[in-house]
Design a protein around this ligand. Structure first.
Ligand code: ZN
Ligand code: MN
Length: 258
């Protein structure tokens, strides 16, 4: 095969077909969102980051990376600032589930039997689960019962040791990490041209009551759109995150896919 891309959509179909038809090559599908990430980062952070984790992991384990799902489920105020913010462009839950169900079934039709959905947007989680569940059910009706699907969010592979190095002044929790140290450090390491750290707004971590109110009260989201300050983000922290998450995902997929 000419070239050595891991991106499935860069292959001519006969090469793709030869790679996936026996079911042994895993396919990784990044799942993101178009969502505001403060004044200092672009709208497709949640697409760029899982796509790069998927690429690194695919190189290690001999997998292919599918085109990412570039829209996600609605931003929640306590984890993404809220769906009312400009730029944030989301799918209804039923649409998100339908898209994922269709994509999973299509890869199964091609022969793929090892799939991993690499999530980069917290709010997608249960809709990914539902899309997979419906796809597996319909595939069983078609007599396909041997598709294995792994679902993961890359930040779940950040271990305690890494957290201690990333947040020497105390860890605010993943839920307020939207546009904060985690995503900004990764973007600084991977796409420094897309980060304007001088425009980042410094503010204490957002606090919310232990309930939600609809319609959303916009004043509960910090005006910057971020839920914690990105000011402590660094390239070095980005490399710590890249290393620990890639290592963890590779180990998980080797364990699950053999
Ligand atoms: Zn994000
Ligand atoms: Mn997000």
């Amino acid at each position: 095969m000419k070239g050595s891309t891991v991106f499935a959509a860069e292959l001519p179909w006969p090469d793709y077909h030869a790679t996936v038809k026996d079911g042994r090559t895993p396919i990784l599908i990044p799942v993101g969102s178009m969502e505001q990430h403060g004044h200092h980062m672009p709208l497709h952070v949640d697409v760029l980051l899982p796509t790069e984790f998927a690429r690194r992991v695919a190189v290690e384990i001999g997998a292919l990376v599918a085109p990412p799902v570039t829209y996600g489920y609605k931003s929640h105020q306590k984890s993404g600032g809220g769906n009312h913010l400009p730029g944030t462009t989301s799918l209804d839950g039923a649409t998100m589930v339908a898209v994922l169900k269709d994509v999973v079934k299509e890869f199964a039709r091609h022969g793929v039997r090892k799939l991993c959905l690499v999530n980069g947007h917290f709010e997608n989680s249960w809709f990914i689960t539902e899309g997979i569940d419906l796809a597996l059910r319909e595939l069983r009706w078609d007599g396909i019962a041997d598709l294995k699907v792994v679902v993961l969010s890359y930040w779940d592979f950040v271990d305690r040791e890494a957290i201690a190095r990333l947040y020497p002044d105390g860890f605010p929790g993943w839920e307020v990490e939207h546009g904060g140290v985690l995503e900004t450090s990764l973007m600084l390491a991977l796409h420094p041209d897309l980060v304007q750290l001088d425009r980042a707004v410094d503010h204490p971590p957002a606090t919310f009551p232990p309930y939600d109110v609809y319609p959303v009260r916009p004043e509960r989201t910090p005006p910057s759109g971020t839920l914690s300050s990105p000011k402590a983000a660094t390239v070095e922290k980005g490399h710590i995150l890249l290393e620990v998450c890639t290592r963890g995902i590779v180990a998980a997929l080797r364990a699950e896919f053999g």
